[in-house]
Design a protein around this ligand. Structure first.
Ligand SMILES: [Cu+2]
Length: 382
């Protein structure tokens, strides 16, 4: 992401403080109001502080004791003055309260007619299931990890229903200025409507259409890799979103989809693809090989077995590992499961070549997979 455009050369003091605190203006109508409110309180407090300190310094000097002068006795009372300094601050504070409460209520009220998306938080990644049952196919490199990129339409009410697989996380998009806890046992929601895109808005210059990229963080310390639990929310034009959400995978080859799902659905939090150790077994040379399980059994990782391990990971736990993998039942479409199977096969010495010509094994798992078209030579990744 390039943020060069966000660092203008000339700033008013108010702008400078705003940028210093928020990095850039908020990204939704409610956000503009709450930013305004924040700045109003900030500058009012600054003015009062400077005013009071100046008066104090002035009076300390003016009324200091001078040699040979009798002490001036201070008045015990001044009713008009006391009423003034009670009533004016009260009005100011009450206004702050009501205005702040009004914005808070607005932020918390779900918008009707919103697109509903399902967010799942887990140690240590975010995944979003779109209304069509699919997830995102795109990731981006962030330091040492790949994080998912979630597409959202501009100027459209969106409601996220959020649940956690494990501990409490917190969904935070700084550009929207508010965070919401995500619990393992109760759904919480996060509603917003992103500002329309300006025609020249290109946070990501590699993309042909206007786009705005915003960070998504976990704001609740949730264990070792909490700091890596990030994502990018990319606001895109409505027609781009409509086209993308009707067919997020396009004619990408299954193994390629599977590879995207590895990072896009958070499998990468526990599985490496290069043989490296992690919470779960590496995916390199997994398909077609034999695994041993804690119940003493062994099994060859064919398509059916892989499918079972994804939908019901607790049924058989691989020796040397603990049962830490969440079930993905209902969170991956059959097409996506098949894509993962194809990807696992593509990175295994004993794998079948499923990316080009899928071999239907016994059982119905593969029967649903249509023969995929070969990938176009220059796809745009969608
Ligand atoms: Cu977290």
């Amino acid at each position: 992401m390039t943020h060069a455009a966000l660092i203008p050369s000339l700033l008013s003091p108010a702008d400078a403080v705003q940028r210093f605190m928020f990095r850039r203006p908020g990204s939704s109508p409610v956000t503009h109001e709450s930013d305004w409110m924040f700045m109003y309180i900030f500058w009012l407090s600054t003015a009062i502080f400077i005013g009071l300190m100046a008066l104090m310094a002035y009076w300390v000097l003016k009324y200091r004791w001078k040699p040979g002068q009798p002490l001036i006795r201070s008045r015990s009372h001044n009713t008009p003055l006391e009423i003034t300094w009670t009533v004016i601050p009260t009005i100011v504070l009450v206004t702050m309260f009501f205005q702040g409460f009004r914005i808070y209520a607005k932020q918390q009220t779900p918008v009707s007619g919103a697109i509903v998306m399902q967010v799942t938080a887990m140690k240590w990644s975010w995944s979003i299931m779109y209304p069509n049952g699919a997830g995102t196919s795109e990731t981006t490199r962030n330091g040492a990890v790949d994080i998912p990129v979630f597409l959202m339409p501009e100027d459209t009410p969106i409601k996220l229903e959020m649940i956690s697989e494990d501990v409490i996380h917190s969904f935070w998009i700084p550009d929207f200025r508010f965070k919401q806890d995500v619990f393992p046992n109760r759904k919480t929601t996060y509603s917003f409507r992103a500002d329309p895109l300006a025609p020249d808005e290109h946070d990501n210059p590699d993309i042909p259409y206007p786009n705005r990229e915003m960070w998504l963080f976990c704001a609740e310390y949730c264990g070792d890799n909490h700091s890596e639990m990030a994502g990018i929310i990319r606001i895109v034009p409505k027609d781009v979103y409509a086209k993308w959400s009707s067919d997020p995978w396009g004619d990408m080859a299954p193994a390629q989809i599977g590879q995207k799902l590895w990072a896009g659905r958070g499998c990468n939090a526990c599985h490496t693809v290069d043989g490296g150790a992690n919470t779960g077994p590496s995916w390199k040379n997994l398909a077609g090989y034999e695994s041993t399980y804690t119940d003493g059994t062994t099994a060859v990782l064919d398509s059916n077995h892989i499918r079972d391990s994804i939908l019901n990971p607790g049924a058989k736990v691989r020796t040397g590992f603990t049962n830490q993998m969440p079930s993905y039942a209902g969170r991956l479409t059959e097409k996506e499961i098949n894509a993962i199977i194809a990807y696992l096969n593509s990175i295994s010495d004993k794998g079948q070549n499923m990316g080009v010509a899928p071999v239907a094994p016994a059982g119905e798992a593969m029967a649903i997979a249509p023969a995929p078209a070969p990938p176009p030579p220059a796809g745009d990744g969608h």
